[in-house]
Design a protein around this ligand. Structure first.
Ligand code: ADE
Length: 251
């Protein structure tokens, strides 16, 4: 998976290549992170990437010409057969929410070009004619799109085969499985008077699986009942949820 990041602050991404899981994936060639400094595509001698708004108003706007040139160069540098399958994403608080469906869609691409938005926003022609996706990581405004791009890169990389141990690790995730995760415990068996549930130490794998499933269902019902509308539920899941007072639709 190739990530090409168009940014005014390329150095902000250095730590991603070095740390933990993504650092290992970069060194192992499973993912590549290439940063492109948008200012290098500015044509004036001050390398200007922003300008005043037509019509007046506070805040500067990202100019279209350096961004178009940077994206076109990035596309020209990837194999021709991969170009049309490569999303060009803009990070912006106006975009679609990054959720697991969007992460899965992006992870199926050969690579992603991410434009990190800045200032008051981007010239509308970038939206009109350059990008395929506009992505928000939540309803709040960051000082720039770099952190949002890192969130996208991190979430998508986990679905690149072999980046995170085995495929099971990501399939059993909270959210990915459609439900929140069951409680996890490690040693010590008793800590400050709080004991690990006996069933997890019983060695009875069928009982443990049932307990975990029920804990996931209960936690999801309590904290994110909206997920139950789309989670893949078995009949016994539905019976268990009904015993907790869930009134969701039956098959
Ligand atoms: N840039 C500024 N705020 C943002 C947000 N919430 N999501 C994505 N990009 C952003």
């Amino acid at each position: 998976m190739r990530f090409t990041i168009l940014t005014l602050f390329p150095d902000a991404f250095r730590f991603m290549e070095d740390y933990s899981v993504l650092g290992r994936a970069t060194r192992g060639g499973l993912i590549s992170l290439e940063t492109v400094d948008i200012r290098e595509f500015a044509t004036d001698r001050h390398s200007t990437a922003d300008d005043y708004q037509f019509g007046g108003g506070p805040g500067m706007v990202m100019k279209p010409d350096p961004v178009f040139a940077a994206v076109e160069t990035a596309l020209a540098n990837i194999p021709a057969e991969e170009r049309s399958a490569t999303p060009v994403a803009l990070t912006s608080p106006q975009g679609n929410y990054l959720d697991q469906d969007l992460v899965n869609e992006l992870a199926a691409a050969p690579g992603i070009i991410i434009i990190c938005g800045h200032y008051a926003g981007v010239d509308e022609r970038i939206r009109q004619d350059l990008i395929t996706h506009e992505i928000s990581i939540g309803d709040y405004v960051l000082t720039g799109g770099e952190l949002a791009a890192m969130v996208i890169i991190d979430a998508v990389s986990r679905f690149v085969p072999e980046v995170v141990g085995s495929a099971e690790n990501v399939e059993h995730d909270s959210i990915t499985s459609g439900l929140l995760q069951h409680p996890l415990y490690t040693r010590p068996a008793e800590f400050r008077g709080m004991a690990v549930p006996e069933i997890l130490r019983s060695g009875n794998h069928a009982d443990i699986e049932r307990w975990r499933r029920q804990q996931s269902l209960e936690r999801t019902l309590r904290l994110r009942p909206d997920l139950l509308d789309t989670a893949p539920l078995t009949n016994s899941d539905r019976v268990f949820l009904a015993s907790l007072g869930w009134s969701g639709a039956a098959d």
